[in-house]
Design a protein around this ligand. Structure first.
Ligand code: GLP
Length: 236
């Protein structure tokens, strides 16, 4: 595992974007696993800049996102599909049909999970998976549990996650209680993993995840078993 500490969010975003850019340049038809949250926003801004400068071409890239809230359509401005469209997809030359986000409005979420895993497998797996980390150690929406879940699956969000996500909603009541998330199998099968975290409040959980016991109670700790993980952390 490579652990890179940087001094600012700007530097974190630039480094992360450069790693993603190098993936896209070296394999133009790659599959990118993408993430939401506040951490990747700066990274996506840089990628948009590179694309607009003509330095990066997304026209043959496919993307698969980690997760989605249950019950929110893509038109809802709190959905992760909307987040991805507005923070990245609408501003680069990726083909919209080649961008995938789990469907949180699927009637049968278990079935949706199975289809999503099949889709990822049919694409040949993920070349580079971008991750953030929740304050409770979650990746995607894989919350602390008694066991790791492999498949894409529906989850009930932890109270601490609901609280953390409330900052994006008008009121606590509006924060969805359920989500659908890629499981550990597709994440761990990604060829490369890039985890970004910023803010001093992430330091403790990050250290626990990277150097502590490997346990489903700290979901990100499973990454210690992955052969190619880069972590970029900025305390500021
Ligand atoms: C949400 C997302 C995660 C993300 C986490 C951290 O829970 N499902 O994928 O990593 O938020 O978000 P932030 O980057 O805003 O701290």
């Amino acid at each position: 595992m490579r652990f890179i500490t940087v001094n600012s969010y700007e530097e974190l975003s630039r480094k992360a974007a450069n790693i993603i850019a190098s993936q896209v340049i070296s394999k133009p038809n790659c599959v990118l696993g993408l993430a939401t949250g506040s951490s990747p926003v700066g990274t996506y801004k840089k990628l948009i800049e590179y694309c607009n400068n003509g330095d990066l071409d997304f026209s043959t890239v496919t993307s698969v996102n980690l997760d989605e809230y249950v019950g929110l359509t893509g038109e809802n401005d709190q959905s992760y599909r909307y987040f991805m469209n507005t923070n990245l997809f609408n501003h680069v030359n990726i083909i919209p049909e080649n961008t995938y986000v789990p469907n949180g409005c699927a009637e049968n979420l278990e079935e949706e999970g199975k289809n999503y895993d099949k889709l990822i497998a049919d694409l040949g797996g993920i070349d580079l998976q971008l991750l953030g980390i929740g304050l409770d150690g979650h990746i995607g929406f894989n919350e602390p549990d008694e066991f790791f879940v492999g498949a894409t699956h529906p989850v009930t969000l932890d109270p601490s996650t609901i609280e953390a996500n409330a900052r994006f909603f008008v009121s606590m009541d509006e924060v969805p209680r359920k989500a659908i998330t890629m499981g550990m199998m597709s994440i761990m099968q990604a060829k490369k993993i890039l985890l970004i975290a910023n803010g001093s409040n992430k330091k403790e959980i990050l250290e626990k995840a990277m150097y502590g016991e490997i346990t489903p109670k700290v979901p990100a700790s499973i990454l210690q078993l992955h052969p190619d993980v880069t972590v970029i952390f900025s305390e500021n």
